[in-house]
Write a protein that binds this ligand. Structure first.
Ligand SMILES: [Mn+2]
Length: 224
C-alpha cells in the first residue's frame, strides 16, 4: 500500500491534477491532504470537486487548515467573513462565480465540515500547522493545529514523525528536520505542490504550469 501526503493546495487545480496524472492515485493508496485546499489560487471550486472525486478512487483523508476554519466561521461571523475575503477568500468566491457564501453548493460545505483536525498512522501523524510536543493529539488546541508556524519543534511524545503544511517554504523545497517534515512549498505563489511518498521518502512536485519533478529523500548525513 502506498502512503502519500499532499501539502497546501490553495486552489491550484492544475498542479493537483498533474500529481494525480503522474502518480495515478488508486485503490489501495492512502492519501492524506494537509488542509488549505481553498483561497489565494485560481480554482477553489475545481480543487474541492477534484478531491470529492478522488474519494471514490483511493483512501482520502482530508485535514482541516486555517483557511477552511476561516471559511466555515465566515458563515456566522461578519468580522471573520471580512478577514477571510482579504486572505484569499475573494478568489475562492470568484471560482464559484459567487457574490456571497450562499452561492456555495451544499456538497462543498459538507466537504469542509467533514475535514479532520489530525490523523495518524503507525509511524506518522499529520496536522495542518503544528503540534505541541508534550500534548496528545486529542488535546492539541486549535491555534496550534491550524495556525502556529513550524519553528522546528521538539520531537512529539508519541515518537511518531510529524507531517505538516502551513509554513510556506519560499525555497520550493520541503523542510525536513528528521522528526518532522513541512511540505507546504507555496504552490499558489509560483512554487510547487508537494506530494511526499511516506514509505520511500521521495517528494513528487508539480506546479501550475504543469511541470513535474521528483526530489530524493532527505539525507541526514550532509556530504561535502
Ligand atoms: Mn495554512
Amino acid at each position: 500500500m502506498r502512503q502519500f501526503a499532499i501539502g497546501d493546495i490553495h486552489g491550484c487545480l492544475t498542479a493537483l491534477q498533474k500529481l494525480d496524472q503522474e502518480l495515478k492515485f488508486g485503490a489501495g493508496d492512502l492519501l492524506v491532504t494537509l488542509g488549505d485546499y481553498i483561497d489565494r489560487g485560481p480554482d477553489t471550486r475545481g480543487v474541492i470537486d477534484y478531491l470529492i472525486g478522488l474519494r471514490s478512487r483511493c483512501q482520502l483523508v482530508t485535514l482541516r487548515g486555517n483557511h477552511e476554519v476561516m471559511m466555515l466561521q465566515a458563515r456566522n461571523d461578519r468580522a471573520v467573513l471580512i478577514d477571510w475575503k482579504s486572505c484569499g477568500g475573494g478568489e475562492a468566491l470568484d471560482s464559484y462565480g459567487a457574490k456571497s457564501l450562499e452561492d456555495i453548493p451544499p456538497e462543498h460545505w459538507h466537504f469542509l465540515e467533514e475535514t479532520l483536525p489530525y490523523y495518524e498512522t503507525g509511524q506518522e501523524f499529520f496536522v495542518h500547522a503544528n503540534a505541541y510536543p508534550k500534548l496528545k493529539l486529542a488535546d492539541q488546541p486549535d491555534d496550534m493545529l491550524y495556525w502556529e508556524f513550524f519553528g522546528n519543534p521538539a520531537p512529539h511524545q508519541s515518537g511518531k514523525r510529524m507531517i505538516c503544511g502551513h509554513s510556506a517554504q519560499a525555497s520550493g523545497l520541503p523542510l525536513h528536520v528528521g522528526h518532522a517534515v513541512c511540505i507546504d512549498t507555496k504552490a499558489h505563489g509560483g512554487g510547487w505542490l508537494t506530494c511526499m511518498d511516506l514509505r520511500t521518502g521521495f517528494y513528487h512536485q508539480a506546479n501550475q504550469l504543469g511541470d513535474y519533478q521528483i526530489l530524493p529523500p532527505w539525507d541526514p548525513a550532509p556530504r561535502d
